[in-house]
Ligand binder design. Structure first.
Ligand SMILES: [Zn+2]
Length: 409
């Protein structure tokens, strides 16, 4: 064999070995790990979530578990599984004890430790924890999907129109993001909706929008009043979602009165009862101080209603006085962490308490500075007498002197 042929032989041998080794590792990798077949999730909303699958592995499984969490949650739940001879697993999660928010997205995956004492993890799988108790229909336009179960096709179309009109109206106050989807679920009555909120956990108690999930829940009965309800409720809740998308982490720093005030401004038909509630509360001096509406709204229905009425009127007053730019400066000051009183000073040059007083004066016709002036009136009169009498006396003296001077000339 010549040097050259020996060299070629060596190269070919090395190449063959490389190919064989890589084939070999490929085979080993193929044998390793676990394969999940036919994964299925059955949701019985508010009661249970049933996970089933078959876990296949080249060598026996010593121990297996299922792991899952809401996509926005930090904590992962881990449950040990019994694996049948054929790899079948089945796990029933009690959703009545450990609730997930309605319509939230849940991610799950499997882990198995095999007889080689290595632990293998499957690919994650997502599913929606939907309220499965109703026969939902749906219609989508751009990023908005309307889901409803009572009412005809026209009902769904009207709801889409209300959402579109709401987006146009809120464009004046906040930037609109059209990238992520928004799902609006319309229940046909308040008890159905309240029941869903109850099954979905406390975080839903305060409102009907979960901005983080891009999910809105409203109760609207099909019938004569449906358009007014749609054009009021849908834009309001959509505003919460869009504000969250515009502000991100800074959404949580916003005072409740500001979030609710802006959302209520976008409603096509502001509640006619708001004006009456404001009149009565102003008359009997039971208006709520805005500094008490920063962290949250009152729990009792009557005061909560008044809080909405005040917030809607107050936000409108701020917009009319300082413009939309003023509202934007306000959300950014609060977003930067200013407290409720000083956020207003930073953004508008006036502390919240003073803004509150000015709103009472100019919108509700209370006369706060006027009252102060009336209380001071007797003192002002006295001051005037004390000052004016000597001044007149001095002028009189000067006059007399001038007269005398004229006489001598
Ligand atoms: Zn709201």
């Amino acid at each position: 064999m010549s040097h050259l042929s020996r060299f070629v032989f060596k190269v070919v041998t090395i190449l063959l070995m490389v190919v064989l080794i890589s084939l070999n590792t490929h085979q080993v990798q193929g044998q390793e790990g676990i394969v999940v077949e036919n994964p299925e999730v059955t949701v019985d909303f508010g009661r249970s979530i049933t996970f089933t699958a078959k876990i296949k592995s080249p060598i026996p499984i010593k121990q297996a578990s299922i792991l899952f969490r809401g996509v926005n949650e930090e904590v992962t739940r881990v449950e040990t599984l019994q694996v049948a001879e054929d790899g079948a697993v089945n796990f029933i999660y009690d959703a009545s004890l450990n609730v997930f928010p309605p319509f939230s997205s849940i991610v799950y995956w499997f882990q198995a430790t095999l007889t080689d004492d290595k632990t293998y993890t499957s690919e994650p799988i997502n599913f929606s924890y939907n309220d499965t108790r109703f026969p939902w229909r749906e219609i989508t336009r751009t990023i908005v999907t309307i889901h409803w179960y009572a009412g005809d096709d026209a009902f769904g179309a009207a709801a889409l129109d209300a959402a579109g009109a709401g987006m146009l109206a809120m464009r004046e106050f906040i930037p609109i993001s059209l990238t992520d989807p928004i799902n609006i679920y319309i229940y046909s009555n308040e008890p159905d909706l309240q029941n869903t909120l109850l099954l979905g956990g406390e975080e839903w108690a305060g409102g009907h929008a979960n901005p983080e999930l891009g999910v809105v829940l409203v109760a609207i009965a099909p019938g004569a009043g449906q358009s007014i309800e749609m054009e009021t409720k849908i834009p309001h809740e959509l505003t919460h979602v869009m504000m969250y998308r515009a502000l991100g982490d800074k959404y949580i720093n916003q005072p409740a009165w500001l979030l609710e005030g802006i959302a209520s401004m976008v409603e096509r038909y502001p509640n006619p009862e708001y004006a009456r509630a404001l009149d009565i509360a102003s008359g009997n001096n039971s208006l709520l101080a805005f500094e008490d509406l920063c962290a949250s709204f009152p729990a009792d229905a009557g005061n909560a209603f008044l809080a909405y009425a005040q917030s809607q009127s107050f936000a409108t007053y701020i917009r009319d006085t300082y413009g939309t730019a003023g509202l934007t400066r306000l959300t950014s000051a609060y977003g930067d962490g200013f407290n409720c009183e000083l956020g207003a000073t930073n953004a508008l040059g006036t502390p919240l308490s003073q803004l509150d007083a000015r709103w009472r004066e100019s919108v509700l016709g209370q006369n706060i500075t006027g009252v102060a002036a009336r209380n001071l009136a007797p003192f002002i009169l006295l001051m005037a007498l004390v000052l004016v009498v000597p001044i007149w006396g001095a002028i009189d003296m000067l006059r007399q002197r001038r007269k005398r001077g004229n006489q001598t000339q």
